[in-house]
Design a protein around this ligand. Structure first.
Ligand code: ATP
Ligand code: MN
Ligand code: MN
Length: 335
């Protein structure tokens, strides 16, 4: 699903920042952002743009040039990143609804395209991009996780479910499947043709994933995070590349395996899964506390270096609840 980067929101709260006279902190769902004092009041409607928004170069957004001008390929724009101002984390941007030029808006409405906003994405190296064989198979869901800040309405229900907490690895998504005798390899959005130098295929061959999936004798997909040299700057300082899995999908049934069934399958196939930190975790009272819990050292940190983990992915055993909690420390350290 395309990410909704800009939408109509109601400001939930506005509070002072200790020691700051000219700015204050607004709460929008599970997000906190710094605003000019008096700019918005609780209950006001506004446009909220999430981090990773790439806003077009237009007069409306020129005020962002100094802080946010960036190129994405050949396209110029303004990129919204996580900031810290006077000790306060600030994520995203509020804009007045007037900017929609009288367009009649509704709460929750997606105005991303209307404002010409696209998602800021770093370029993908050729060894990962590969050569397209086809679109992403329609019989497998793409990998994705929603951010907890956008699920504040559901948070209290989530709290009644014991959850698996896994570490979110900072790499590149891969899907391997076996279906009716055929083996396939897919990146985030495409199925890839077999080649000698494509990293996704290399790792498949090295770990004998085609053989292992075929031996199961059923139609199945496994999804994981590729990490290592040439991927996301190799934060874990690995040699070569490998994969840590986080999903198994039963293609015939059209459903994911539960977390316990997935972990058992990984053991049976002798494949690595993402690190599991907790198996019966109960969420803390607030999203703020959960965001603090997401900060920490990556379990794959190299021996002499503490690497901040990207965050956590939290799921109920049946997987009906599943979301990511990105570490703000990680985001503040991003290029
Ligand atoms: P966004 O939607 O926030 O713009 P994105 O869709 O590119 O970003 P990520 O922020 O990387 O994705 O979050 C989802 C991805 O996290 C999954 O597609 C998967 O590749 C990856 N991932 C890494 N570790 C895990 C894990 N432990 N559990 C589930 N997914 C994981
Ligand atoms: Mn996503
Ligand atoms: Mn990622």
């Amino acid at each position: 699903m395309e990410r909704i980067l800009a939408s109509i929101v109601v400001i939930d709260d506005v509070a002072p920042i200790p020691g700051a006279d000219l700015i204050e902190v607004a709460t929008v769902k599970g997000w906190k952002l710094v605003i000019k004092k008096g700019e918005y009041q609780p209950g006001d409607a506004a446009i909220y743009c999430e981090i990773d928004s790439f806003l077009p170069v237009t007069p409306d957004f020129e005020f962002l040039r100094k802080s946010s001008y960036r190129k994405m390929g050949d396209t110029e724009g303004f990129r919204l990143k996580t900031l810290k101002l006077r000790g306060q984390i600030s994520q995203g941007l509020l804009l007045p609804v007037d900017m929609l030029n009288g367009h009649v808006h509704t709460l929750g409405e997606d105005v991303t395209a209307k404002l010409g906003i696209i998602k800021y994405e770093a370029p993908i190296p050729a060894s990962l991009a590969g050569i397209m064989k086809g679109g992403f198979p329609s019989f497998i869901p793409k990998t994705d996780e929603e951010r907890i800040q956008n699920l504040s309405g559901e948070y209290d229900t989530f709290r009644t479910h014991p959850c698996y907490v896994t570490e979110k690895l900072d790499g590149s998504s891969v899907t391997y499947y076996h279906r009716d005798g055929e083996f396939g390899v897919c990146s985030r959005n495409l199925e890839l043709r077999e080649s000698d130098d494509n990293t996704l295929w290399k790792v498949a061959r090295k770990l004998d994933i085609p053989g292992k999936l075929a031996a199961l004798g059923s139609n199945i997909a496994v999804q994981g995070e590729l990490i290592g040299e040439g991927i996301q700057g190799n934060p874990y300082d690995l040699r070569g590349q490998t994969v840590y899995f986080f999903n198994a999908f039963n293609i015939n049934a059209g459903e994911y395996l539960s977390m316990p069934a997935f972990l058992a399958l990984m053991q049976e196939l002798t494949l690595q899964h993402v690190p599991v930190l907790e198996e019966t975790f109960l969420l803390p009272d607030t999203i703020g506390e959960l965001l603090s819990f997401a900060e920490g050292a990556a379990l794959l940190s190299p021996a002499n270096k503490r690497v901040e983990r990207e965050g956590l992915v939290i799921r109920s055993a049946d997987r009906r609840i599943s979301f990511k909690v990105i570490s703000n420390k990680f985001l503040l350290g991003e290029a």
